[in-house]
Design a binder for this molecule. Sequence first.
Ligand code: ADP
Length: 456
Amino acid sequence: MILTIISIKVFMNLSFDSAFEKYVDDSNRAEVKHLMFDLKHIYKDGSWDINTIKELGEDAIYKGIALEIYDKDKKLVWSIFEDEKVLSNITLKKISEDMQSIDNKWNDKFSEYKLEVKDENGEVVGYPYIGHYASTYYMENDMEFFKIMNKYMLLIGFMSITGIIIISIIISKSISNPIAKVSKMTKVIEKGNYKDKLNYKSNIKEVDELILSINKLASALNQQEKLRKRLTTDISHELRTPITSIKGHLDVIIAGIWEPTTERLISINEEVSRMNNLIDELGRLAKYDSENEELEIEKIDLAKLLKNIVFNLESKAMEKEIYIECELQEIKISADKKKIYQVLVNIISNAIKYTGEKGKIYIKTYNDDEYINISIKDNGIGIPVEDINHIFERFYRVDKSRNKETGGIGVGLTIAKSIIEKHKGNIIVRSDISKGSEFIIRLPNKLDSNDKRHLN
Ligand code: ADP
């Protein structure tokens, strides 16, 4: 802003000066011409009319023009410097001072014209001497004009700069205040206080979005933190229970109180198996976390794969007298066989785990325009509405108290979802508490070779 104002001032002064100088030059020349014309008519009947010359001379000096007249014998008739000494001195001095005050490079140069006046017969009757300051000189009015113009320029400059400073302060405050608040919030999160939320609304859309993202980040971290803490308690609890039981059994056997009968050894073995299961689950999770390998896409006969899985899980289902019914279409899918197998095992074994005795599981495959659908429906315990959105989260379990039968640690669905998403599909869940749940795995119908290359 300051630069702009300075450039405007410099530009205006330069262009104004040169235009004004030209104007003054032109008007000087016109004045001299006029004076010459008047002088011709003053010489009458062989002599100069001193009174009229005096009038002309006094009038001219106010315009910065000095006049002297010599007769044909070069004898002085009238001179502003001689006859009006005081007036000429004051006027010329004032002009000189005014010019110096505006332009200190002004050099005081005086232009002189030595001319001749001839009568009607063409005879020289006198020699006027006319002088004025070369080019620019400023009269009273011009000076006033210059002063006012400079005053207004200064005023405009001052007002603009003040305005710009005020606006800049307001704008920078309105941006920096919310950012400072957001940065304070991130420091709170950095210290591990994930529960704190930033309840602040700025007028800037981008900052509001940033606040929203940070709040979401904080609550996601909070959730993860809770899960991590719960997992540590769960694991220690899960490991302690079988170990206490095994140790109890072994202590009494070593003390000779109990005989090491087959029955007791089987019970100890069961506890060891539980521990083994848990360690397997943790291993599965660790593997899932570290793996980021490419999918090995191949054509799979979906009906055959599902029949195979049902066959393998049948014994578990039979323990609870659960009946599994299948309605499988002849569908071929392009997918990573091992991974899809794992997804189906996770979801079907969940259906068995969370369905009561004599329950029913219904597995159906069908094709629609976009997806190949695999529906696994049970009439088990169902999932409460408030939990449905969380069951795919890592370590999330609806029933936080762990029991012998279900025994999972809440990673099966997390892994399933991630695998299906890698195949560009998704999983839909519908559930009614105490009526049952339905998991629909949807895999894209047209997984062409181009897509396959990008799946990783
Ligand atoms: P888990 O090892 O605990 O089974 P999952 O990730 O497979 O972990 O499932 C997460 C949670 O979702 C389970 O703990 C259970 O509460 C709920 N769930 C999953 N499938 C079913 C189902 N078919 N019926 C009822 N609840 C289910």
